[in-house]
Design a protein around this ligand. Structure first.
Ligand SMILES: NC(=O)c1ccc[n+]([C@@H]2O[C@H](COP(=O)([O-])OP(=O)(O)OC[C@H]3O[C@@H](n4cnc5c(N)ncnc54)[C@H](O)[C@@H]3O)[C@@H](O)[C@H]2O)c1
Ligand SMILES: O=c1ccn([C@@H]2O[C@H](COP(=O)(O)OP(=O)(O)O[C@H]3O[C@H](CO)[C@@H](O)[C@H](O)[C@H]3O)[C@@H](O)[C@H]2O)c(=O)[nH]1
Length: 447
């Protein structure tokens, strides 16, 4: 059993804290957001994440997981303190490290015994050392210079929508430290999570920090690459789904993250690609691949809108578009950088009315689209979204959209036009019902 403090109780802090607690550790989750903490004490979660509520409820009840706004209380008995605050993008694309630095300051101000401070947030190379400097400085000010501590980089690789599963069974755990004792302790902490020969990788701090960016940008690059090939297929022919299976059979390429679609979104890929570009720029190196990954994704987010424009023209006044899926991916209510933001706003700006359904993200969407409220109607059932619609747009690949009742849709829609941003349907299946079908990288009409 280890005593652990999480500073920042968002996706990563809450999932990590709950999973550590579930393995028998004693965990305090700290956050500056009082409402969040009050709710969490009553097991009311700020996010939707499969399996997380049960985990929080169980560990709260059994006393291993506790919540507070007071960092002093959180680190009082702790041996490990994880920084899991946000690192959102600044205007220029660089990571905003102000939350990291204020967390480090707060830790330094109340630390009075040996503590290992772990940066789990995604941070650019050198940040963990800056955290060390800030803590050292704070200890000096409080004349507690004799208090020892260490810093470690331990980036997190969980995916939203599968966060608990990913944390409980990680492909690998990356630990960046130059200290053998700290490495050993971190290994002990993660031992229960590592199965099937999946490694715990000990490396230097800077490599650990960079590994996180390299992983995300590599994954984002696969998606942008497939999206670009898909757009080319729409011009010259070929079906991106065939091409995907054709290349995925090569073990060197593999099967995952090769799905063309409406573009990648979320709180990680877009910001991490931009930060890597920015880090290169600041250091005199043009990050040509990351730049292209970003640019292709921006273009991809407009691709469905371009198709709609080609089909219906510039002016969509009086037209009604059903939308299936608003979250940036299935199994989450997260709307950060979701492709739906670009698509819905563009269509409204062209005069359209939107009728939207998402299984989890409607509450989030209402906030995000506040300025567009007069032009969006939210419905609680996927079929309601297609009533009187001139077209249906599928943006997020929630499983429940996989096999809809096409004949019911046919009886409800004004025009049978379907824009599928996630290649969910077969042509034969769709055309049998008389739908005009547009998708990504399978639209070649000149055959
Ligand atoms: N969301 C993911 O799937 C994911 C996965 C891997 C890594 N990451 C990285 O992890 C970090 C956190 O991401 P997130 O999605 O969990 O963020 P989040 O926005 O969901 O949560 C951050 C939390 O930190 C709190 N906070 C801010 N300053 C604080 C302070 N000084 N003291 C205490 N709490 C404070 C905020 O109130 C918020 O609740 C980011 O760097 C992100 O890139 C995220
Ligand atoms: O083949 C694919 C796979 C994903 N996506 C899109 O890519 C985005 C990101 O998806 P995913 O990676 O599943 O979700 P995230 O929760 O953003 O997870 C990523 O970002 C996290 C935060 O850094 C990392 O920890 C994870 O390893 C990394 O996968 C979503 O918009 C998906 O729709 C595609 O378009 N095609």
């Amino acid at each position: 059993m280890m005593k652990i403090c999480m500073v920042g109780t968002g996706y990563v802090g809450l999932v990590t804290g709950a999973c550590f607690a579930d393995m028998g550790n004693e965990v305090w989750c700290v956050d500056v957001d009082e409402v969040k903490i009050t709710n969490l004490k009553a097991a009311i979660l700020p996010i939707y994440e499969p399996g997380l509520k049960e985990l929080v409820e169980r560990n709260l009840k059994e006393g291993r997981l506790r919540f507070t706004t007071e960092i002093k209380l959180g680190i009082e008995d702790a041996l490990l303190c994880f920084i899991t605050v946000g690192t959102p993008p600044c205007e220029d694309g660089s990571a905003d490290l102000s939350y990291i630095f204020s967390a480090a300051q707060a830790i330094g101000q109340c630390m009075n015994h040996y503590l290992i401070v772990v940066t789990k947030s995604t941070v650019p190379v050198g940040t963990t050392e800056k955290v060390r400097d800030i803590i050292r400085q704070e200890l000096k000010v409080s004349a507690r210079e004799h208090v020892g501590f260490d810093v470690v980089s331990n980036p997190e690789f969980l995916k939203e929508g599968a966060a608990v599963e990913d944390f409980m069974r990680p492909d690998r755990v990356v630990i960046g430290t130059e200290n053998i004792g700290t490495a050993e302790l971190m290994k002990q902490l993660y031992k229960p999570f590592v199965r099937n020969q999946n490694p715990i990788l000990i490396m230097d701090t800077k490599s650990a920090e960079m590994t996180k960016y390299a992983a995300n940008v590599m994954l984002a690059a696969r998606i942008s690459f497939m999206n670009e090939i898909a757009q080319l297929c729409d011009i010259v022919g070929g079906d991106i789904t065939n091409i995907r299976t054709g290349i995925a059979a090569d073990h060197r390429i593999g099967r995952q993250f090769l799905y063309a679609g409406a573009g990648y979104g979320g709180s990680c890929f877009p910001k991490d690609v931009k930060e890597l570009i920015n880090l290169g720029y600041k250091n005199g190196l043009e990050m040509a691949i990351a730049t292209a990954v970003h640019e292709v994704n921006e273009r991809q987010k407009h691709y469905l809108v371009d198709m709609i424009r080609k089909r219906f023209g510039e002016k969509l006044d009086g037209m009604r578009f059903g939308v299936w899926g608003l979250a940036f991916k299935p199994q989450t209510d997260d709307m950060r950088e979701a492709p739906s933001l670009v698509i819905v706003q563009s269509l409204i700006n062209m005069g359209a009315k939107i009728v939207a359904f998402d299984p989890q993200a409607i509450k989030e969407a209402q906030q995000v689209f506040e300025d567009y409220a007069d032009h969006i109607q939210y419905v609680g059932d996927m079929m309601e979204a297609v009533n009187d619609a001139d077209a249906l747009i599928l943006i997020t690949d929630w499983r429940q959209f996989r096999q809809p009742d096409f004949s019911d849709m046919k009886s409800r829609m004004r025009q049978l036009v379907l824009f599928d941003g996630r290649n969910q349907y077969d042509f034969e299946q769709i055309e049998k019902y008389g739908f005009e079908y547009y998708c990504i990288g399978r639209n070649y009409r000149g055959k």
